[in-house]
Design a protein around this ligand. Sequence first.
Ligand code: FAD
Ligand code: NAP
Length: 323
Amino acid sequence: MATTHKTRMLIIGSGPAGLSAAIYGARAGMEPIVVQGLQPGGQLTITTDVENYPGFREVIQGPWLMQEMQAQAEHVGTRMMWDTITSVDLTGPKFVAVGDSGDIYEGDTFVIATGAQAKWLGVPGEQELSGKGVSACATCDGFFYRGKKVVVIGGGNTAVEEALYLTNHSEDVTLIHRRDSLRSEKILQDRLFANPRIKVVWNKRVESFLADPANGQLRALQLIDTQTGAESEIETDGAFVAIGHAPATELFKGKLAMDESGYLLVEPGTPKTDVPGVFACGDVMDHIYRQAITAAGTGCMAALDAERFLAEREFAEKAKEEA
Ligand code: FAD
Ligand code: NAP
C-alpha cells in the first residue's frame, strides 16, 4: 500500500548537491528526506579517481566519496528513500512528489538536485572504454593525460573550452567536429584557432572507439568523413566527448522556469527558483561549472535558504494568529 512521507525538506536527488543540502537541512532540524533516484550517489559513482574535491591529499574514489557523503547525511538524521520521482505538484503550500513505488512525498520546502547527464555519441566502444581513455569531463580527467595525445569531439562552447583546458596538460590536442564550422562563441573560437597546441579535424564523425587489445585501453578512433564517406583512423590516448549535457528536468517542464537547454533558472547568486519554497542546486541549474564541489556548495545554499523560507513563513503565520 502506498505510504505518504512528510518532511520539512524534501530533496530529490542523491548526488553531491542533494546530500549536501541534506547534511545542512538535517543539522538545522528539518528532518530531510532524500529520494535517491536511479543513480544513488549521482554522477561521481560512475567515475574512479577524484583529485579535486577539497579535503583529501591522496586520490579518492568517486563511489567512496558518495558513500561517505550519504553516511554523513544519514548520521545527522536524513531519511534516504529508494525511489524515483515520476510526477510533482509544486502549486504549494505543500509540495508533493509521487514515486515510482507509488509512495507520496510531501515537503514544506522542495529541493531539486536531479543533476545532468553528459550526452554520449552512442557508438561502439564508447561505453566499454569509458574510464579507460573515454571521458566526458576534461576538468575531471584531463590531468591523467599529462604529456599524452588527446582528442575532443564536438563543436560547441563545451568542446572548445575542454580543448583549451586540455592544453594545460597536453601539447597535442585535436578537436573533431562533424561540420566545417563551430557552433561555439567567436571569442572561444579565436582562442582555439590561436592555440598552437590544438588542431581541428573538420567534417568527421566518430564511427567507433577502438581498444588496444594489449591493455584494454583506448587506442584510436575510427572516423567517417561526413562529406565523402571516406574512412580514417586517428590514434589517441584519450578522447573527450563534449556534445552537450542534458539536465534532468523533464518533471518540471511547465512548472518551473528553465532556459532553452532545460536548465532550471534561479535568481542570480541564489538557488531560488521562480516558485517560492522550491530550490534548485547542482548541475540541474548550472551548465557552466558542473563540478562536485560547486554542486555541494549550491546544495548547502539551497538548505540554508529553505530553512529561512520556512522560518519566515512560520513567523508570518504566528504573527497573523496573534493579531
Ligand atoms: P548528480 O551527481 O548528477 O546527481 C543527480 C541525482 O539525482 C542522482 O542521485 C539521480 O539518481 C537523482 N535523480 C535524477 N532524477 C531523479 C528523479 N526523477 N527522482 C529521484 N532522483 C532523481 N566533478 C568533480 O568535481 N571532480 C571530478 O573528478 C569529477 N569527475 C567526474 C567524472 C565523470 C565520469 C562524470 C560524469 C562527472 C564528473 N564530475 C566530477 C562532475 C560531478 O560528478 C557533477 O558535477 C556532480 O555529480 C553534480 O552533482 P549533482 O548532485 O548536481 O547531480
Ligand atoms: P551545444 O552548444 O549543444 O553543442 C553541442 C556540439 O556537439 C555541437 O557542435 C554539435 O554539432 C555537436 N554534437 C551534438 N551531437 C553530436 C553527435 N551525435 N555527434 C557529433 N557531434 C555532435 O552544447 P554545449 O557545447 O555543451 O553547450 C550547451 C550550452 O551551454 C550552450 O548554450 C552553451 O553556450 C552553454 N555553454 C556556455 C559556456 C560558456 O559560456 N563559457 C561553456 C559551455 C557551455 P553541430 O554544431 O553540428 O550541431
